[in-house]
Design a protein around this ligand. Structure first.
Ligand code: ATP
Length: 741
């Protein structure tokens, strides 16, 4: 037996714990009217999860709880436990025995449990659907409900048939899927709106991040550029500094040396000018030489004269010698004549008279002639010879003097020459010194200009060095300590030579980047990046969520489509099978005739709200499939349910219920007085059908019908005492027969 037992406690009239054990295929529950039999059938519905209070004949949950009376106080809770044997795993749960319990409290709250563990209603529903047991089950036919399948609308009937065919599981799945689908769509809307909400902020952050990234890229670029620039600049400054240091001092020294030399030379020149005596010496020497030459010339002239005089005297002597031989050629020396004349003049001055004078002159002449005759003629020769000797002596003397003068001339000439050479040399020296001064001045000018250049360079160097330090300070603000990376690259550029302009160009590029970076503003990059990361992660999450949800929608739509298809096929196939059984049972009950379930299409007008105009006029045609019952009684010309008698209706509905149960046998079937309207003959047929049904499903039959009771292997009697409490007792067929009709 799959269904092992049911235990009621505080449920409706079962104030006390009452347990039904189901040990045979057919169990009959018998008892007087109002004893609480139907409450048992309801307890099945209740424990299997029935939510409709109407089906449980109540208004509120409270109505299901023993409400007490003067004798037995009311209960706080109603509980029903149903136990299945699950050794063959007809319930998809890994227990050999499964007990499902439902408890309702006075506040209307419900608790469900499976084998003592609390579960959700949904869990129970799922478990039961799979086993073809449902709360509203086709397999629990309440009192008077047998007819319901006939009186129901085509749509309701269809639902009942679906339920019986075990399609509720699929439908439940489909409904769940539809719910899930709409929930998923809601979620899509929610997620989409969340994404829309964060989108502007994210766009803003993205722009900020792009800016930050751009700035970061520029900073990296700047770092690279700085690295080369600063390394090159260091190399340049080192070289330049070294060069200046090496060059400036020697130039300063050279300038000083030049100045000293020039000063010295100028002083020397000035001194030379001041002295001037050397040229005077030359003049003096020249004068001296000229004097000696003049004296020598005089001596030579004198020599000539003396020689001439001597030669003339020698001639006179010769002549005298010859004259002495001849008187007429005798001559008075001029001297004597002059002396004679002088004597006359002397006399003339002292003599006053001419005659006196004449007398005296005659006397003078007479004397002269006498002296001449005596002296001159004799002395003359001697005078000549003496004169010649004297002259010869004089000439000799003169010669000696000339010789001396020649010597003096030589000395004077030498002295003059020396003086002249000295002066020349002095002049040369002076010229050289002046030339040297000029040269030195030119050189000095060169050195000074070089020094000027170097000092200019030094000034530029100083400024460059300051700029270098400033650059590092400024750069550090923008790129931090990475500014110092250039120190690793110095060797790379150590030998590199290039125009300064190239480096200047580099500096300009760096300057431009710096300005742009400063314009961008540092901002709180880390915070924005963090926020952007969070927001974009959230957005990504939402996007992923959306993707998942859309996938879900797709798969749910597919699932729903598949379920629809499955339902349709199973329904149509099931219907064909049901019809075979229905026809069989029907003809068995009525001894012929025909019965059939037909699918009908119902046109339904559905009101559609026009979103724009809010007009309620628009309607839409919708087709719904329903199930109609078509019967043809044997030997009667009537068709249709409306024409059937009460008994015929009961038979038809039983035939249909049995047919349905036969096609998809549930583990158990509860029939609450389904046989109430049957006459004896039909009760037998009913009994036969029950037995055939019991081969597939466990039957619990609430009945007053003896025929039915006779088929039961187990009979429970339900009684109600004066205390209004239903009581349970296992009874024999005979005992049961007594209460039966
Ligand atoms: P019949 O043979 O006439 O169909 P029955 O045996 O099926 O009768 P039920 O309908 O099962 O009888 O029982 C109804 C009885 O249960 C009534 O007497 C009713 O007062 C009682 N009952 C229903 N709900 C409660 C409740 N909450 N507390 C106490 N008694 C209740």
């Amino acid at each position: 037996m799959l269904l092992k037992s049911i235990e009621l406690s505080g449920f409706k009239s079962f104030a006390k714990k009452s347990s039904f054990k189901f040990t045979s295929a057919i169990t009959a529950i018998v008892g007087p009217n109002g004893s609480g039999k139907s409450n048992v059938a309801e307890s099945f519905r209740f424990v299997l999860g029935e939510q409709s209070m109407k089906s449980l004949r109540g208004k509120r949950g409270e109505d299901l709880i023993w409400n007490g009376n003067a004798e037995v106080s009311k209960a706080n809770r109603a509980s029903v436990k149903i136990t299945f044997d699950n050794t063959n795993k007809f319930l998809d749960i890994d227990f050999p025995e499964v007990t499902i319990e439902r408890v309702v409290h006075r506040d209307g709250s419900n608790e469900y449990s499976i084998n003592g563990s609390q579960v959700r209603l949904k869990d129970i529903a799922e478990l039961l659907f799979k086993a073809n047991i449902g709360s509203t089950g086709h397999h629990i036919i309440s009192q008077g409900e047998a007819d319901r399948i006939l009186s129901a609308s085509a749509k309701e009937r269809r639902s009942m048939v679906e339920d019986a065919l075990g399609l509720k599981g699929f439908q439940y799945k489909k409904e769940e899927s539809v719910k899930k689908l709409s929930k998923t769509r809601e979620n899509i809307d929610k997620v989409s709106s969340l994404r829309r909400e964060i989108a502007p902020h994210m766009r803003f952050l993205k722009k900020q991040v792009e800016k930050i990234e751009k700035a970061e890229e520029m900073r990296r670029d700047l770092t690279t550029k700085y690295r080369e620039y600063l390394a090159r600049e260091t190399v340049y400054l080192d070289k330049e500094g070294g060069f200046i240091e090496k060059t400036e001092q020697p130039l300063v020294q050279a300038l000083r040396d030049h100045d000293e030399k020039i000063a010295f030379l100028k002083k020397t020149i000035e001194e030379g000018k001041e002295k001037g005596s050397d040229s005077e010496v030359l003049i003096q020497k020249e004068e001296e030489l000229r004097n000696v030459l003049r004296e020598k010339e005089n001596l030579m002239l004198q020599e000539g004269r003396l020689i001439g005089e001597k030669e003339s005297i020698e001639r006179l002597l010769e002549e005298e010698k010859r004259n002495q031989a001849r008187e007429e050629t005798k001559t008075v020396p001029l001297r004597d004549v002059r002396s004679l004349l002088s004597d006359i003049e002397d006399e003339s001055n002292s003599e006053q008279t001419v005659s006196g004078l004449l007398q005296k002159v005659k006397a003078i002449f007479a004397t002269f002639l006498d002296r001449f005759k005596e002296e001159v003629e004799t002395d003359r020769m001697e005078t000549f010879e003496r004169n010649i000797r004297e002259l010869t002596q004089k000439i000799e003397q003169n010669k000696k003097e000339i010789l001396l003068k020649q010597e003096a001339e030589q000395n004077a000439r030498k002295a003059y020459e020396e003086a002249r050479i000295h002066i020349e040399k002095q002049k040369d020296d002076h010229r050289d010194a002046e030339k040297e001064v000029y040269e030195l001045l030119a050189e000095r000018q060169k050195v000074a200009s070089e020094l000027h250049d170097i000092r200019m360079k030094a000034e530029i160097y100083r400024r460059d060095k300051e700029a270098f330090v400033r650059e590092i300070d400024e750069g550090r603000v923008l790129i931090g300590d990475e500014i110092l990376l250039y120190k690793n690259d110095l060797e790379t550029y150590r030998e590199a030579g290039e125009e300064r302009a190239v480096q200047e160009e580099r500096r300009k590029v760096i300057e431009r980047i710096k300005i742009r970076l400063e314009d961008m503003g540092a901002g709180n990059g880390a915070e924005i990046l963090k926020e952007y990361k969070q927001v974009s992660e959230r957005d990504e999450f939402l996007m992923k969520e959306l993707e998942d949800l859309e996938k879900s929608v797709l798969s749910l739509e597919n699932l729903i489509k598949d379920l629809d298809e499955e339902l349709r096929t199973r329904f149509h196939d099931g219907l064909v099978k049901i019809n075979t059984q229905f026809n069989n049972f029907f003809s068995l009950m009525f001894g012929g005739g025909k019965a059939e379930l037909k699918i009908v299409k119902e046109q339904k007008r559905r009101r559609v709200l026009d979103e724009d105009e809010e007009s309620e006029d628009d309607t839409e045609e919708e087709t719904e499939e329903g199930v109609e019952v078509d019967v043809a009684l044997p030997r009667k010309r009537i068709r249709g349910l409306m024409m059937l008698s009460g008994g015929e209706r009961a038979l038809t509905s039983i035939a249909l219920l049995f047919a349905v149960s036969q096609v998809n046998p549930p583990p158990f079937i509860i029939l609450d007085e389904t046989d109430a309207a049957l006459d004896e003959a039909n009760s037998r047929k009913y009994g036969d059908m029950i037995e055939s049904l019991a081969t597939e499903s466990e039957l619990i039959l609430i009945t007053h019908n003896r025929e039915t009771m006779a088929r039961a292997g187990n009979i429970y009697g339900v009684t109600m005492g004066k205390d209004g409490v239903s009581k349970l007792l296992s009874i024999s067929f005979d005992e049961a027969s007594r209460v039966a009709k």
